[in-house]
Design a protein around this ligand. Structure first.
Ligand SMILES: C[S@@+](CC[C@H](N)C(=O)[O-])C[C@H]1O[C@@H](n2cnc3c(N)ncnc32)[C@H](O)[C@@H]1O
Length: 217
């Protein structure tokens, strides 16, 4: 199959099929086994005292497993059954327990009344509609004082062919995040270039957004 045809076929598959295929084809954890740097930076803050976390689109588990190792009670959701199976294996190797669910954020909601003191959304590069839904779910799942933390490729990354999606609809900007999350206290809103060092897929200079906000009431 020509490269363009194979890319189109990949884009037309369901998110679950697409990501299952990518994880199955990966020779090593695509984003590494160390936690995302921004997540670790937020957790190192003196005012970050969360004891529970919801990791949306947690993939093969690096972030959820690390948070659990820090003593947080972690729930993680990802659409890929292959990634979730690998995440459970990582949890077992680390000796931690994470509540892991295979579900599509397009229609998943937590049980009524369930909240977490931190919600992480790290590199969900879905369509604007999916991102918006994930942000709505994340905001609604925050306990009072809870943190919502996002990192993803920014619109400025689009023309760079080496990393992240090239479809602008799958890229973040800060205005969208602020608009989607009214009423939260913004702690940090960064858009710019960083040097990623995350496995084989996120490596080198990239344009990203890093956004952290809290539910204060
Ligand atoms: C770039 S990976 C990042 C994984 C993880 N957050 C990390 O930083 O290692 C994107 C993840 O989003 C998940 N994903 C994509 N679409 C999804 C959806 N509709 N619902 C839930 N997860 C989804 C994929 O399965 C994949 O694991």
């Amino acid at each position: 199959m020509a490269m363009r045809d194979s890319r189109n076929a990949d884009e037309e598959a369901s998110a679950a099929a697409r990501w299952d295929r990518r994880y199955r084809a990966a020779v090593a954890p695509p984003f590494g086994e160390a936690p995302n740097d921004y997540l670790r930076m937020i957790c190192a803050r003196q005012d970050f005292t969360a004891r529970s976390a919801l990791c949306l689109a947690d993939g093969d588990g690096r972030n959820g497993a690390w948070l659990a190792g820090q003593g947080l009670a972690v729930t993680a959701v990802d659409v890929s059954a292959v990634a979730t199976e690998r995440a459970l294996a990582l949890d077992a190797r680390r000796g931690v327990s994470v509540e892991r669910l295979t579900a599509d954020l397009a229609d998943w909601s937590p049980g009524p009344g369930r909240t977490w003191e931190a919600v992480f959304l790290i590199y969900l590069q879905g369509t604007s509609a999916l991102r918006r839904r994930a942000l709505d779910v994340g905001k609604a799942a925050l306990a009072p004082g809870g943190w919502l933390v996002v990192e993803g490729f920014a619109k400025a990354q689009g023309p760079r062919p080496d990393m992240g999606p090239d479809d602008p609809d799958r890229l973040y900007d800060l205005a969208e995040l602020r608009q989607a999350l009214p009423g939260l206290q913004v702690i940090e809103a960064f858009a710019g270039r960083v040097c990623l060092d995350e496995g084989i897929r996120h490596r080198g200079e990239a344009e990203v957004v890093r956004f952290a906000a809290r539910r204060m009431e």
